[in-house]
Design a protein around this ligand. Structure first.
Ligand code: NAD
Ligand code: WQD
Length: 342
């Protein structure tokens, strides 16, 4: 099949963890006109050189904030984008409870600014980074895209993702030609097999793997395992851990889906991006330790507030409509994590 690889694509938040891996996979798939717009609040400009080292092409980098309407306007004036992949935002669940206004402002307000700049410029294709968190705590596994969303979300971060999804649906219905893909990520792990790019958050992370990495580096004393009394095979939490390279390829598949639509067709397409299976926290740790050849200091503590026992994705829709499924597993993710750790 022929795809429109001549498209010019904007990646907001493109120096971040998922955006940088997606930039690499876009270039690998032939998309060479990429512009990254990021305020570097949770990433480093050095990532640009790493993307170039891996892919042979350095996308254009613009330092800027999605809260800056003037900067966005200028960006869309300078470039005629065919599509936007919108990664920029704040993602620390715990921090969102302490700073809800900052999360609503950046995630929701920033997305509204971006959509307005797109509308004015006539760019109507957008792929949005949503999250399994929109399903709330009452959904049944495997989560299906048809399951209700927005009920029982336990933190402001998750609420922002739900609200943005609703905004995108309204925008897609507001005038013809809006083509929106909402990708609900499950638990991204691993990094590029080159070891050159990976998850390197500023500040104290919330997610399991960044914490494992901090403990491995000796920057945190021990890994706290949040509960071993869930109704799961080994008692620890079960999640759908997806290798970030597979996740990045899911974005290329979504873009190709969009480029196959007629220009004035409106669409709102929603896909889970996960492996379709759950692995436990103990399994992740054991797999990491197998590849590292040493044990991680760790201790089981009480369950974390708001956590649930088991989460994994239904993945048939993405397979059927995007022709995409994961190819890598937890062993790949842990091996690649160790390469990034160096
Ligand atoms: P990340 O923090 O590594 O990347 C986000 C990027 O956005 C960073 O480079 C940051 O500097 C930039 N950014 C933040 N605020 C900005 C602003 N106001 N203007 C411009 N740039 C800004 O996070 P990630 O893991 O790559 O996540 C990307 C997207 O995917 C986020 O929207 C996140 O909510 C979503 N998501 C992530 C996960 C996950 O577990 N990593 C899961 C589901 C959804
Ligand atoms: C995974 C498992 C923890 C840390 C969150 C968001 C979701 C998405 C991914 C952005 C759970 C356990 C964790 C630790 C532990 N992000 N754990 N010790 O909570 O599934 O999902 O990140 O959109 O929206 O809600 O991910 O990595 O925090 O936790 O035992 O120090 O690891 O209890 O079972 P989670 P996580």
């Amino acid at each position: 099949m022929w795809y429109n690889v001549g498209m010019k694509i904007l990646l907001t938040g493109g120096t971040g963890y998922i955006g940088s891996h997606t930039a690499v996979e876009l270039v690998a798939a032939g998309y060479k006109e990429i512009v990254i717009f990021d305020n570097l609040s949770n990433s480093k400009e050095l990532v640009m050189a790493k993307i170039a080292e891996i892919s042979g092409i350095e996308p254009e980098f613009v330092e800027g904030d999605i809260l800056d309407k003037v900067a966005l306007k200028g960006l869309f004036k300078k470039h005629k984008f065919d599509a936007v992949m919108h990664f920029a935002g704040l993602k620390a669940v715990g921090e969102s409870v302490e700073k809800p206004l900052q999360y609503y402002e950046t995630n929701v307000g920033g997305t509204v600014n971006l959509l307005e700049a797109m509308r004015v410029a006539g760019c109507k294709k957008i792929i949005f980074s949503s999250s399994a968190t929109v399903y709330g705590e009452h959904a049944e596994v495997p989560y299906s895209e048809d399951a209700p969303t927005g009920q029982g979300i336990t933190n402001p971060y998750g609420e922002t993702k739900h609200v943005i999804e609703e905004i995108l649906k309204d925008v897609a219905e507001s005038e013809s030609g809006w083509q929106v893909v909402i990708l609900r990520y499950f638990n991204p792990v691993g990094n590029h097999p080159s070891g050159l790019i990976g998850e390197d958050p500023n500040g104290i992370p919330n997610n399991l793997m960044p914490i494992v990495m901090k403990v491995a580096r000796g920057e945190m004393a021990e890994l706290l395992i949040f509960g071993d009394d869930y109704d799961t095979p080994d008692g620890s939490g079960v999640r759908d851990f997806i290798h970030v390279v597979d996740l990045a390829k899911g974005h290329v598949a979504a873009l190709e889906k969009l480029s196959g639509l007629a220009a004035d067709d409106s669409a709102i397409l929603i896909y889970n991006l996960g492996t379709g299976g759950g692995r436990s926290v103990f399994e992740v740790i054991a797999t990491y330790e197998k590849h590292a050849g040493k044990k991680l200091p760790r201790r089981v503590v009480d369950r974390r507030l708001g956590d649930i026992g088991e989460v994994y994705a239904g993945v048939e829709k993405a397979a059927r409509e995007l022709g995409w499924k994961t190819e890598l597993d937890l062993d790949d993710a842990m091996r690649d994590t160790l390469k990034f750790l160096g």
